[in-house]
Design a protein around this ligand. Structure first.
Ligand SMILES: NC(=O)c1ccc[n+]([C@@H]2O[C@H](COP(=O)([O-])OP(=O)(O)OC[C@H]3O[C@@H](n4cnc5c(N)ncnc54)[C@H](OP(=O)(O)O)[C@@H]3O)[C@@H](O)[C@H]2O)c1
Length: 301
């Protein structure tokens, strides 16, 4: 069993990203030997340069001694993918498949993240892990290719779909709202898209718990509970004590290049069987906002 702990070496790809940082911190906190790579090197953060689309870099994975490779790298610009589907698919699809094949050659377990956007959004009850996928936008299609190629590679893998990612760093809805609410008296937020927010810290914990248990295959990794973006924005406002009035609106008020699924709540049953109950999004949100405040004031590095 590939456990993340003192006995295994772990490679985190995309370690400078929002999720990558959380996964790396969680693995290091366990005492694991973690190598961190991203498209740009950052010596101060201990991050080496690594391009997932580069065959020589992928060879390093095949020849490395990593017991687990955790891929947090991706094309995450959902609207940008509409006009650049080929480039998005190269990173989220083809390169992911090559990384999975390199893991197979090197004997590493491959952890990869996918998205609620592989579902069509027309559901009325949480999508189970084996619900048929049918993406409605280019980003979702590119991630669906990645899912397929990971499975076809024959590598040992954990494929974790997540949604509405947020954390105390990186670009995400929670930090954007916190900033806007400092200067805006009123905000309109869409109330016709329903999903599960997912804190990167909880997703990192879920990842390690699945690996600890020797889980393989497809899982969903989100916070407990569900809401709309309007519900999430209202909770952020209440949590930071801002006076901003938040108005619900429909998606028509914010036309965007990529269509968004209306209903993207993913079923967590299979994950909870392994991890136990997941922390509810409202509680995770509170702790992420507290952490963001500590980072802002320099109380946490
Ligand atoms: N964000 C969400 O709401 C969300 C929702 C559902 C699923 N997901 C999935 O969750 C995972 C993590 O997302 P995230 O939001 O943490 O992503 P992120 O913050 O955008 O981080 C991705 C990282 O990958 C790097 N990268 C880009 N191209 C690369 C390449 N060729 N080789 C190596 N690294 C490369 C990026 O560098 P640059 O920044 O320099 O390009 C960035 O540091 C992804 O699989 C994403 O699809 C995210």
């Amino acid at each position: 069993m590939a456990r993340i702990g003192k006995d295994g070496r772990v490679l985190v790809v995309g370690a400078a990203g929002m999720l990558g940082r959380a996964v790396r911190e969680a693995a290091v906190a366990r005492g694991a030997r973690v190598d961190a790579v991203d498209i740009a090197s950052n010596p101060a953060e201990g991050i080496d340069a690594f391009d997932m689309t580069d065959a020589a870099d992928l060879d390093r994975v095949a020849q490395g001694n990593w017991s687990v490779v955790i891929n947090c790298a991706a094309w995450t610009d959902v609207d940008g993918a509409e006009a650049n589907e080929e480039a998005a698919t190269l990173l989220n699809g083809t390169a992911v498949g090559e990384l999975a094949r390199a893991c197979k050659r090197g004997g590493a377990v491959c952890v990869h993240y996918s998205t609620d956007y592989v579902f069509d959004g027309g559901g009325t009850e949480p999508y189970r892990v084996d619900h048929p996928i049918d993406p409605v936008n280019a980003y979702g299609r590119s991630k669906a290719v990645g899912e397929r190629l990971v499975r076809e590679s024959g590598c040992e893998h954990v494929l974790l779909r997540t949604s509405w990612l947020y954390g105390a760093w990186g670009q995400n809805f929670v930090l954007t709202m916190m900033n806007l609410m400092r200067s805006k008296d009123e905000l309109k937020v869409v109330d016709d898209q329903r999903g599960r927010p997912s804190s990167v810290r909880q997703l990192a914990r879920t990842t390690l718990a699945l690996l600890d248990a020797g889980a393989r295959g497809t899982y969903h990794g989100c916070d407990g509970g569900e809401c709309t973006w309007y519900g999430l924005a209202s909770a952020i406002r209440d949590e930071i004590g801002a006076g901003t009035v938040v108005h619900p609106c429909t998606s028509d008020a914010f036309p965007r290049p990529a269509k968004r699924p209306a209903y993207s709540v993913m079923d967590l049953t299979e994950t909870v069987k392994v991890t136990g109950e997941l922390v509810a999004w409202r509680d995770e949100l509170r702790s992420v906002i507290e952490q963001a405040s500590r980072l802002e004031t320099g109380a946490e590095a």
